[in-house]
Design a protein around this ligand. Structure first.
Ligand code: PEP
Length: 258
């Protein structure tokens, strides 16, 4: 992963059909090739191939929203990391809160998925961490994040392939965000923790903030030291808003024709 800010990634979740995905991809492609920063989209599994084909050569990365920890086998309904790579994805989101808290995914499962994604040759692993509202109110945020980093991120991971997304569970899809000061404190802590966990190599790992990022708050959030980008849910379904977030963080598109 090239270490250039901002890393703005859009998680489309379980929305839209193939035609919607193509329209979204086309609208993003029309903005041009990202010349500064990294843009990525994470469509539903069934839309990866069509979106990856459409965005080929655009400089916009395409990823999957999850993968199974096994390479193959009797896991009805599951999709392996090799399968998402075969469909054209080069990235994968792991440990999103809707999987950790909605589906009971544990730290060790997230780590096993990360190992599977590395073995399958995916270039970019976005490992999501974040505290619940009860943990936030209990002032347990840093403790929870430390535990998730230790449990979910393989210590020997190639740091060039890692992105960490800090997403307070209570800020996802709610329109609420921590204060800028809180985001700054958490990200500074995460930087130190990643350096310690990854034997000093964590200093260049991009750390995204996620949770109700939109065009109107992106500028102030992305200006926080150690906030290297944003993982965006709802607003990534609106290409103009998603583009606004990218440019608010200093992302630039190449001049058309270049
Ligand atoms: C997300 O689901 O990762 C997310 C950040 O969602 P939203 O931007 O809608 O809060």
């Amino acid at each position: 992963m090239p270490a250039r800010r901002p890393f703005v990634f859009g998680n489309w979740k379980m929305n839209g059909l193939g035609s919607d995905a193509l329209a979204l991809a086309a609208a993003l492609k029309a903005e041009g090739r990202p010349a500064e920063g990294t843009l990525a989209v994470f469509p539903p599994f069934t839309q990866i191939a069509v979106v990856a084909q459409h965005l080929e050569g655009s400089g916009i990365l395409v990823g999957a929203q999850d993968c199974h920890e096994a390479a193959k086998g009797a896991y009805t309904g599951s999709i392996s990391a090799g399968m998402v790579a075969d469909a054209g994805a080069t990235a994968v989101l792991l440990g999103h809160s809707e999987r950790r808290h909605g589906l009971g995914e544990t730290d060790s499962q997230v780590r096993a998925k990360a190992e599977a994604a590395l073995a399958a040759g995916l270039d970019t692993l976005v490992i999501c961490i974040g505290e619940t509202e009860a943990e936030y109110l209990d002032k347990a945020t840093l403790q929870v994040l430390d535990r998730q980093i230790e449990g979910s991120i393989p210590a020997g991971i190639d740091v060039e392939r890692l992105v960490v997304a800090y997403e307070p569970v209570w800020a996802i899809g709610t329109g609420r965000t921590p204060t800028i000061e809180e985001i700054g404190q958490v990200h500074a802590h995460l930087r130190q923790k990643l350096v310690a966990h990854l034997d000093g190599d964590g200093s260049t790992v991009p750390i995204q903030y996620g949770g109700s990022v939109k065009g109107s708050n992106a500028g102030s959030i992305l200006a926080v030291p150690d906030v290297d980008g944003a993982l965006v849910g709802g607003a990534s379904l609106d290409p103009a808003e998603f583009t606004k977030i990218f440019t608010a963080g200093g992302g630039r598109f190449a001049a058309s024709g270049s």
